[in-house]
Design a protein around this ligand. Structure first.
Ligand SMILES: *Cc1c(COP(=O)(O)O)cnc(C)c1O
Length: 390
């Protein structure tokens, strides 16, 4: 089978179509409320807790997850006797995680990852916590690509070390953890989800801060609204991190049929895993993982040819990503502002990683096409295919 004429972009976001929901837009216009935690936003927050988190806990929307991470950190750090400090996080994450820490006045301290699930390495976390002690002001684990994390362990780590804890769960909305509940459900520390258009819960720009602790959500909500703990009166630090009613409407619409979207994506992911035994796949930690795209590790022997493989897939219309290469410690800005030692597992995973296409509507044929094209590229026959085409 050939991939001739195929056109499979890396991501093909399909957020809810507002143009099909003029009723909702008219409702917003009729209400005269366009932002500031209006009725559509409130309906969304209520439904998210009920429908995704089994009715337990509280949440507040934010304009994006990066601002959500900043606010969730500041909400815990403010009022502490000592300012600043280190923020322990993996180097295998998106730039938003260390950026948020820096904006919250912290210095990223980068740890290594586990070789199979690519989550922050527990041994390295313990090692860094014992080396830096009270200098570590915050722990920011990343639930890698929507994977489960041992949140009980993080709760204990934060309590022992008196550090703040914020979970970067940017890709996790839709993931069901090992305990059978939505990832983060019932957790007393802030868990930050992204609803960016490229994430599984695709909107446009939006984020969500969830916690079982109402006080932390109230605090984040006030901070996202200029620190107004009292009407028009700043009682704590703040900025404008609010979600508009239009953006909330897209998020509200995304709740309908969301489970089917997560399941469809899982089916495509499973096809990829079945069809590419020569590639490394993330070891499963969830009952149901929400998949944003399909990260694989190229066979070791082929990893040096990654650029050539990417190009050869591009020639047949297949887009790819490289999450996360370069990883945080390899990026010039973070090399200046972060602290880290050698990160052998992160380096190894990052060198071999390639992210393959995934979308809500992707068909089995399309997945098979990508698999075939990648196998051709791996075996070095990608070039021949291009010649045959012209
Ligand atoms: C997408 C992502 C973010 C940022 O989310 P935004 O809503 O785009 O700000 C943060 N951390 C990780 C790990 C991400 O993948």
């Amino acid at each position: 089978m050939s991939a001739l004429g195929s056109n499979t972009p890396f991501l093909k976001p399909s957020p809810p179509r507002l143009s099909d929901h003029l009723d909702l837009l008219k409702r917003i216009e009729a209400s005269g409320v366009f932002s500031n935690f209006g009725p559509v936003n409130t309906e969304f927050e209520t439904r998210v807790v009920d429908e995704l988190f089994g009715g337990e806990g509280h949440c507040v929307t934010v304009c994006n997850a990066t601002v959500g991470l900043m606010l969730a950190l500041r909400a815990q750090l403010e009022g502490r006797a000592t300012q600043g400090g280190l923020a322990l996080m993996p180097s295998f994450t998106f730039a938003a995680t260390p950026h948020a820490a820096v904006w919250a006045g912290l210095t990223p301290l980068l740890c290594d990852i586990e070789p199979l699930a690519w989550r922050p390495c527990p041994d390295d976390e313990r090692h860094l916590l014992s080396t830096f002690g009270r200098e570590v002001a915050a722990i920011i684990p990343y639930a890698t690509f929507g994977a489960d994390l041992d949140l009980t362990r993080y709760d204990a780590l934060a309590r022992e070390s008196a550090a703040a804890l914020v979970v970067d769960a940017a890709a996790s909305l839709g993931s069901i953890a090992q305990n059978g509940r939505a990832f983060g459900a019932g957790f007393p520390w802030p868990v930050v989800f992204s609803m960016h258009v490229t994430k599984t819960f695709s909107t446009s720009e939006a984020g969500l801060v969830y916690s079982a602790d109402k006080a932390i959500i109230d605090r984040v909500r006030a901070m996202a609204n200029f620190g107004f703990g009292e009407p028009r009166t700043a009682t704590i630090s703040g900025l404008n991190g609010k979600l508009s009613e239009i953006a909330a409407a897209i998020a509200l619409l995304r709740l309908d049929g969301f489970d089917e979207i997560v399941d469809r994506r899982r089916l495509s992911y499973a096809l990829y895993a079945q069809g590419l035994p020569e590639c490394g796949f993330q070891v499963e930690t969830c009952v149901r993982q929400a998949h944003q795209f399909v990260p694989v590790l190229l066979p070791t022997a082929a990893s040096a040819r990654r650029e050539e493989i990417v190009e050869s897939l591009g020639q047949v219309g297949i887009g790819t990503g490289r999450y996360f290469s370069p990883h945080v410690a390899e990026q010039p800005y973070f090399q200046r502002v972060a602290r880290f030692d050698s990160l052998p597992v992160t380096d190894a995973v990052s060198q071999r990683c390639l992210s393959l296409p995934l979308s809500d509507q992707m068909t089995a044929d399309e997945v098979v096409n990508v698999i075939q094209a990648l196998r051709n590229a791996l075996s070095g026959s990608g070039t021949d295919k291009r010649k045959a085409r012209s």
